[in-house]
Design a protein around this ligand. Structure first.
Ligand SMILES: Nc1nc2c(ncn2[C@@H]2O[C@H](COP(=O)(O)OP(=O)(O)OP(=O)(O)O)[C@@H](O)[C@H]2O)c(=O)[nH]1
Ligand SMILES: [Mg+2]
Length: 424
């Protein structure tokens, strides 16, 4: 089951600003005329309720947004790079792989979050004319778009989850009460990923229902398909515990006990979730007998008798489920901190974006993707460009770091594919 996916996201770089001059008949050097570079495209993630798994993203290694185009003469802006919107299922959590920070928890239909900002376009030389310098030779390079590795984790978001041993009729129940068409068969583990459907009551209330793969003894320690989806049911508000009363394959009294033990073993909070106990397959001739035994074993339990196959007793279960969901929802609202639904999380790099490598007594290397990319954009034949680049390195604290690492006047500093002289 694909519920964990890793992606590299790279927002577009800003286009570089343009250095150009106005050429007019009587003004051979008629002033700076270079436009700004376009902004790089950003990367967004958005909930698409038609998606229920992350399977589609399984082979996507990298998501890239468009780069901004360079600025042009006549003060024309470069075109902005296109944004990319990655569609994900409801219940997707996005983490920064580097530090496991939660960047977004997508719990609202159509919710959209910005995960990597595109770089801003560089300003053209038209911005740099000053009283003392009316012929600025430089324009800004574009900003580098943010990039990071993210881990997507899907936690199914259903109001109610159908749980129980394999083949007790969970998928049958889902197929009867929603439009979902899960696979149904008389062998165990027919369901290997949760199916999801919407239950609409005649009074227009509705809730989201998911069936789960069957649980078996030891699921809490990872037996069967247990671990894979026990994580999902953590987010269900209510559990519908389905028990096979035909007794043909198993003993209902034992089943009920074992499943509850497995829930508790995996996560004690699962035991605290409200459970609606459903005795299924009551159409079977042994049904009443096993049910009597079951009632005796658990005298205080409220039990709903149904036959999913014959569509009997279903409505009572649905109304009860709805009622409990509403209670849980109300309690959640009471406890919830006022949540902003459209929170935009922003990735903030926390570590410095470079390191200094000492390669010899008078030789140092600046190791930095960001600087390498900046250097690619610099035209070192132009003094103004070079100056601008040097200023950027200084602003990033690289000069100081080189000094701290022992660099002195005249030492060699490797930056990208260039070798520069260090000046204090
Ligand atoms: N007699 C009878 N059989 C039923 C009833 N509900 C389901 N079944 C049968 O039980 C078998 C298993 O049904 P499923 O709905 O696939 O069971 P499940 O709990 O989803 O099983 P897994 O996905 O393997 O965990 C199928 O052959 C169904 O036709 C019922 O109310 N009465
Ligand atoms: Mg099933």
């Amino acid at each position: 089951m694909i519920d964990l996916v890793q992606l590299h996201v790279k927002a577009g770089d800003g286009g570089r600003g343009c250095v150009a001059w106005r050429h007019e008949k009587y003004y051979p050097n008629g002033g700076p005329f270079g436009g700004d570079g376009g902004n790089g495209g950003s990367i967004w993630f958005q909930v698409d309720t038609n998606e229920t798994t992350l399977t589609k993203l399984r082979f996507t290694k990298t998501v890239k947004a468009g780069n901004g185009a360079p600025g042009m003469t006549k003060k024309m802006h470069g075109k902005s790079g296109e944004d990319v919107i990655v569609k994900v299922p409801l219940g997707t959590m996005i983490r920064n792989k580097a530090n496991h920070d939660l960047l977004a928890d997508l719990t609202v239909p159509h919710q959209k979050v910005l995960i990597a900002h595109g770089g801003k376009g560089g300003l053209g030389n038209m911005h740099f004319a000053t009283a003392v310098n009316d012929a600025p030779e430089y324009a800004q390079p574009g900003e580098i778009g943010e990039s990071l590795d993210v881990v997507l984790e899907l936690r199914l978001l259903a109001d109610a989850g159908l749980i129980g041993f394999p083949s007790v009729g969970k998928s049958t129940f889902l197929s009867v009460v929603t439009a979902a068409k899960p696979q149904i068969a008389d062998y165990p583990f027919t369901t290997i990923e949760p199916n999801i459907g919407v239950v609409s009551l005649p009074d227009e209330r509705s809730f989201v229902l998911a069936d789960m793969p069957g649980l078996i003894e030891g699921a809490g320690e990872g037996r069967g398909l247990g671990h894979e989806f026990l994580r999902h049911i953590r987010r269900c508000r209510v559990l519908i515990h389905v028990i096979d009363m035909s007794g043909s394959e198993r003993n209902p009294v034992e089943d009920y006990r074992i499943i509850n033990e497995e829930l508790a073993a995996y996560d004690p909070s699962l035991s605290e979730k409200p459970q609606i106990v459903v005795a299924n397959k009551m159409d079977d001739e042994y049904g009443p007998e096993y049910l009597a035994e079951f009632r005796q074993a658990y005298p205080d339990l409220e039990i709903y008798e149904i036959s999913a196959l014959e569509h009997k007793g279903i409505d009572e279960v649905l109304y009860k489920t709805m009622e409990v969901i509403e209670e849980v929802r109300a309690a959640e609202e009471e406890n919830a901190e006022p949540a902003e639904e459209t929170v935009v999380y922003r990735y903030e790099p926390k570590r410095p974006d470079f390191t200094i490598e000492v390669q010899g007594p008078h030789r140092f290397k600046v190791v930095s993707d960001k600087v390498d990319r900046l250097a690619e954009q610099v035209d070192f034949d132009k003094e103004a460009d070079t100056y601008q680049f040097a200023m950027t390195l200084q602003k990033m604290g690289i000069d100081q770091a080189l000094y701290d690492a022992g660099a002195r006047n005249g030492d060699q500093v490797i930056v990208g594919t260039y070798i520069m002289d260090y000046t204090e």
